[in-house]
Design a protein. Structure first.
Length: 1194
């Protein structure tokens, strides 16, 4: 039996709705929305609103080949009192849907056909058809065929479609018989009452050409005509917007002649009067629209949705889901708490009663089962995220690891009897093993009942500008100038008002104004469909009994309904998230167990002294959620002493609550007294020093002040978050009344407190989520504080393939005094490992070496012993690594144990590979050879090729290519003292600077891009890198002309210029979806450029710093002798630190020196590098700043 033939019993209700006598005769039955991706230009809410404005009582949605927007459309229409008619314009394969070729007799890959749902049966048949179009018939488009139409036609009305319909195709070809046969075939499939011939008049000549033939065909076959308008946008003036969308879809420009276009401007939502006038010669075609609408009576019971949960079969002797859940929870309570208090029992039983009343026992068991199975497979699971942390039942089931009673987490924030929605338990798993969890769910609940969930990428502001610019043929640099002025996350209309420079630029040219106007109209439209990163849906029976499915080549099968629509129809969805931090913790645990066999992070103390010392120092690079510059600074200011402080840290550091940070710091550290807005709020806000930080505090405040239950308080919190005026007015009245009755608070006081609660509710954070993540922050901080080598090694392994992150952790390791050993072909593993207390670089962390190649190298070494030399490696690894991989290994120093001169190895690699290939031929090995073809005469006993001294084989250059960063040392390290002396700003601090602030930075040129502005003047975009970060430097024409000789790859330069902050953003935490604020995306507009190697020209003084005690230990004569050998103009000072901490500075007037490497090296041998310092200043810039600004604006 076909999987789609099973009996359907779902929560939909059919109501035959008699026609309203006041309704007009015309209904739009062929309408596209933005879900006809990059074709429809109408947002669903606006579409329905426009229909309402025009007095229409019914409306259909017929997007191309899909039902993406069906539920959203249905809800929006019902809300405005418009009858929703769900449909689709499906693609029909000319022959078999599985056929993937175009024949000469019918060159079309697919025809169009409009389908409308009459009832529940039709709705489910349409679900099957649009799903099978993607699953079985996809060839450019999701296609079905007449076989499927014959099988799933019941409950559907078919309209013959636009000019791309099959009937119209034959008429345009002059094939009357073919058209008649096509029409008759559809009539036979759908029945005489349910097939109509569509007539359109959108402005195309071909439409008028075939209408007489359609009329004749209708009379011949006794088929009724129906008038439609193939609506793609709302108003006539939107035709240009829709044309632009088509160009974006097809990668064309408006001026291209050979492109897809509608060729008319009539594809908008016409009024009934317009349609009557257009078809006054065919009035019955207008009346047919009403007759069809009256027969379409599907009612989806969304308002009183029935949840469709998979059954969970409990083990014997249990026969009931709730009975088994209660047993597990009560047993878990005994394990979690010793002894169990009355409060624990009361809370657990209350939660169980709510779960039972709402019928969610099965949901809790399913979630527990998934987590239990993951742990059985040794897959790391997070401690809990989101509001689920507030459930004691989940804590007792082992789903979460944060004690909700201890940390004041509320069950009602998670599940409330006043809020009839499914619980939402999001689960973090180690990112490397997330796929295993999803695979278990498929096996457990059936592959046909589990799918990932669709999500839609939208036209974000900057992307919209760039897309429209390309279509209008505006040069890329000009589009970039506009796009980069738009702050990240800000809508175009707001950006135009708030960014003066942007508004001026837009108004400077008519073409820019057109670009901007079109971009504003397409901003926010859906651009493409993809698979949601984490969400999975599980159904009690096959998915296609509930939801249409989507799949295109190279993607997973997923639902056509997004997460919100799945909620609306009551399906169970779970977020299975991959979190890199869990992988780090797991890897660190494994490394620690090599020396402490029973170690587990579950056994660590939550009050570890070293951990809190690390946090108070802000030493949090690599610590989950706390490693940004802002968070490091905040850790030092807040000085956390317990987990509650970390929870507050995470909740405060985000837009909105950030304004509370100074008060929190001052109160926490005793600088400012703790105050409460009402004495009763002390019990609510004592933990946070009188400041409301969490959503839960708003709920608790409503309880203690106004006598709300926590369930009622949750409704209040949600209302405050939505800020709907009518709802807020009702809530305010209830709150004031409750305050008077419950606590004797006057109306004026209650009003003031309500205003405060409303403000906090708007940006208060979910404490349960903050607590779960704070616990992960603590664990990673604990590992770093107590097991730094293992932690750094694990962090490095987690970032294989990300050279920027690897560079960051290598630098952090060295700062901590941890040695990072270079790659060694005989000692390195695939991942980073610990080698005698040091971290050995992993082979898979190199460029051009994938995990597969690294595993092959390690396996070969394991089976046949260490490699003896490069040729031995090439012979043994034939067919397993390619030339690029070998070059990377050489450049990274992996063969230094055989030959430390990497340039020599690279120069002779060709001949070594020839030898290896020659010996391979002797074996007659049939394995695929990845070595490049070698000429026979190249093989022999020739002497090694001479090394070209000019060849780019320096250690710096080699390592940058192999690692993606400077590994052994950074070119700037030689100038560390000068870097500090000139006050150069680290590049990772640029984003914290204010716009237009003058700064000086130094770094190595990593990349250069030459550009020209509209006035044909050269400018250059320079990517500058320092020790830990990189930034773009804009070098405009005058400065470029003067300093061009300094601008080439790997050159070290100093740049003096103005900071340009392009955006203020809120970014998602890596693989977690959590958000935290960040500074803007910075650039520097250069005003002067200096050769870094000449930095010493700007040094004015050398300082030698000693303590009073060291004066007796260090030979002053030795220092004097060194100073004498390097006479120059730089003053020398001796700084003495006295035992009481005071300092004295003496100028050694008889000595002035010139700064050079030998001087600094000799002095460092006597006193140590840390005892030396330089000071100086850069010369004032003479650059014409007006020219820089004028060129940017142009």
């Amino acid at each position: 039996m076909n999987m789609f033939d099973s009996e359907i019993e779902v929560g939909y209700i059919i109501i035959n709705m008699p026609p309203d006598k006041k309704q007009g005769d015309f209904v739009h039955l062929h309408v596209h929305s933005e879900y006809s991706l990059l074709d429809g230009a109408a947002r669903i809410e606006e579409l329905v609103m426009r229909a309402k404005e025009m007095g229409m009582s019914a409306l259909a949605l017929t997007d191309h080949g899909n039902m993406f927007g069906a539920i959203k459309f249905y809800k929006a229409a019902q809300k405005l009192g418009i009858k929703p008619i769900i449909g689709a314009e499906v693609y029909i394969a000319p022959r078999d849907r599985r056929e993937r070729e175009i024949r000469r007799d019918i060159p079309e890959a697919s025809f169009h056909l409009t389908l409308l749902c009459k009832n529940e049966v039709g709705y489910h048949n349409l679900i099957k058809l649009v799903s099978l179009g993607y699953l079985e018939g996809f060839y450019y488009k999701p296609r079905v065929d007449k076989e499927l139409l014959g099988k799933y036609h019941e409950g559907l009305i078919a309209l013959s479609g636009c000019l791309k319909g099959e009937v119209n195709y034959y008429l345009l070809q002059g094939d009357q018989q073919g058209a008649m046969n096509a029409a008759a075939s559809y009539q036979e499939i759908f029945g005489a009452d349910d097939f109509y011939l569509e007539v359109m008049r959108t402005g195309l000549r071909e439409q008028e050409q075939i209408i007489p033939q359609l009329v004749e065909l209708a009379q011949t076959l006794d088929i009724r005509l129906v008038a439609t308008n193939d609506c793609h946008y709302l108003r006539p003036e939107d035709a240009r917007v829709q044309d632009v969308l088509l160009c974006i879809q097809t990668g064309k420009r408006l001026k291209d002649k050979d492109r897809l276009r509608l060729n008319a401007s009539g594809y908008y939502l016409r009024s009934e009067a317009e349609m009557r006038d257009l078809f006054k010669d065919l009035p019955d075609a207008i009346k047919a629209t009403r007759a069809i609408a009256d027969r379409c009576n599907l009612l989806l019971d969304i308002e009183k949705v029935r949840f469709q949960l998979p059954a969970f079969t409990p083990p014997a002797p249990f026969t009931d889901e709730f009975e088994y859940l209660a047993h597990l929870a009560r047993e878990g309570l005994k394990k979690r708490y010793q002894p169990v208090s009355r409060e624990h029992i009361k809370r657990l039983e209350y939660e169980l009663s709510v779960i039972k009343k709402m019928g969610f026992a099965g949901y809790f068991l399913i979630v527990r089962d998934i987590i239990e199975q993951a742990r059985n497979r040794k897959i790391p699971v997070g401690p809990g995220r989101g509001s689920a942390g507030g459930s004691l039942v989940l804590y007792c089931l082992g789903v979460t690891e944060i004690d909700p009673m201890k940390y004041g987490l509320l069950f009602e924030r998670f599940l409330s009897p006043e809020r009839i929605t499914l619980p939402d338990v999001d689960i973090d798993f180690a990112d490397a093993r997330r796929a295993e969890v999803i695979e278990y769910i498929r096996q457990r609940y059936g592959n046909d009942s589990v799918a990932q969930i669709i999500t839609f990428g939208t036209m974000q502001a900057r992307l919209a500008v760039r897309d429209v610019a390309r279509v209008l043929d505006i040069p890329i640099p000009e589009a970039d100038q506009i796009a980069k002025l738009i702050p990240m996350g800000m809508e175009l209309q707001k950006a135009e008002k708030e960014i003066t420079e942007l508004g001026m630029l837009i108004r400077s040219r008519p073409q820019y104004q057109e670009l901007w106007n079109i971009a504003k109209k397409i901003e926010g439209l859906h651009r493409h469909a993809s698979v949601h990163a984490s969400a999975v849906v599980i159904t009690p029976r096959p998915l296609l009994e509930f939801v249409p499915l989507y799949k295109v080549p190279d993607t997973e099968v997923c639902t056509q309904y997004d997460m919100h629509s799945l909620d609306d129809i009551g399906l169970l969805k779970i977020d299975i998230l991959g979190l890199r931090t869990l992988t780090v913790i797991d890897e660190a645990e494994k490394l620690i167990r090599l020396k402490e066999e029973n170690f587990s992070v579950k056994g660590i103390s939550i009050e570890d002294k070293k951990t809190y010392e690390l946090l108070r120092r802000g030493d949090t690079i690599g610590v989950f959620q706390l490693e940004s510059e802002g968070m490091r600074d905040l850790c030092q200011k807040i000085r956390p002493e317990k987990l509650e402080h970390i929870i507050a840290l995470i909740a405060l550091y985000r837009p909105g609550p950030m304004e509370l940070i100074p008060n929190y710091i001052a109160r926490k550290n005793g600088v400012e007294p703790v105050r409460y807005d009402h004495s009763l709020l002390e019990q609510v806000c004592q933990e946070t020093y009188g400041i409301m930080i969490y959503q839960e505090q708003v709920m608790q405040a409503a309880r203690v002040l106004a006598g709300y239950t926590l369930a009622q308080a949750d409704i209040l919190r949600r209302a405050m978050g939505k800020k709907k005026p009518e709802e807020m007015a009702a809530q305010r009245e209830n709150f004031i009344t409750g305050c008077r009755k419950h606590a004797g608070i006057t109306p004026d006081q209650a009003n003031a407190i309500f205003d405060i609660l409303e403000k906090f509710a708007g940006y208060g954070f979910n404490k349960s989520h903050a607590a779960g993540y704070a616990y992960l922050s603590y664990i990673t901080a604990y590992l770093k504080a107590n097991y730094p080598v293992e932690f750094i090694s694990a962090a490095l392994t987690s970032e294989l393939g990300n050279s920027d992150k690897l560079a960051k952790f290598v630098a952090e390791a060295r700062r901590l005094g941890i040695t990072i050993l270079p790659p060694d072909i005989n000692a390195s593993a695939v991942n980073f490992i610990i080698d005698d207390g040091k971290v050995r670089y992993g082979l898979a962390g190199l460029k051009n070496i994938g995990v597969g190649a690294a595993e092959a190298i390690v396996q070969e070494r394991k089976e046949r012993g260490p490699f003896r030399h490069l040729l031995d490696f090439l012979q043994r690894m034939r067919g397993k690594v390619n030339r690029k991989a070998v070059e990377s290994l050489i450049k990274a120093g992996a063969f230094d144990l055989f030959e430390p001169n990497r340039g020599k190895l690279l120069a002779n690699l060709e001949k070594e590979m020839a030898k290896a290939a020659s010996e391979r031929l002797l074996y007659r090995d049939k394995q695929y050879n990845l070595f490049e073809p070698i000429e026979a005469q190249a093989v022999g006993g020739e002497s090694p090729a001479p090394v070209n001294p000019d060849e780019d084989s320096s250690v710096f250059s080699c390592e940058k290519q192999a690692f993606g960063f400077y590994f052994s040392s950074h070119p700037l390290e030689k100038y560390q003292l000068e870097y500090q002396a000139l006050g150069l700003l680290p590049l990772d601090q640029i984003s914290a600077r204010t716009d237009n602030q003058l700064v000086a930075v130094g770094g190595v040129i990593a990349d250069l891009k030459n550009r020209r502005d509209r006035k044909n003047r050269d400018y250059m975009i320079v990517k500058l890198e320092d020790f830990n970060s990189a930034i773009e430097v804009m070098v405009f024409s005058d400065l470029l002309e003067a300093k061009r000789e300094l601008l080439f790859p790997e050159k070290m330069i100093i740049v003096r210029g103005r900071v340009k902050i392009r955006a203020r953003a809120v970014i998602a935490d890596n693989k977690s979806g959590d958000i935290s604020p960040t500074g803007g995306v910075g650039q520097i507009f250069a005003e002067d450029i200096v050769d870094f190697t000449k930095a010493r020209d700007f040094i004015s003084a050398l300082f030698i710093k000693l303590t009073f005690e060291e004066l007796d230990q260090i030979k002053g004569d030795d220092i004097k002798q060194v100073l004498k050998r390097y006479p120059g103009k730089v003053a020398v000072y001796l700084i003495i630190t006295n035992p009481d901490g005071t300092r004295r500075k003496f100028r050694l007037k008889q000595y002035s020196v010139r700064i050079e490497d030998k001087l600094l090296w000799e002095l460092s041998r006597i006193v140590g590098t840390e005892r030396l310092a330089l000071t100086g200043s850069l010369p004032l810039s003479s650059v014409n700043r007006h020219q820089r600004r004028e060129q940017f604006n142009s």
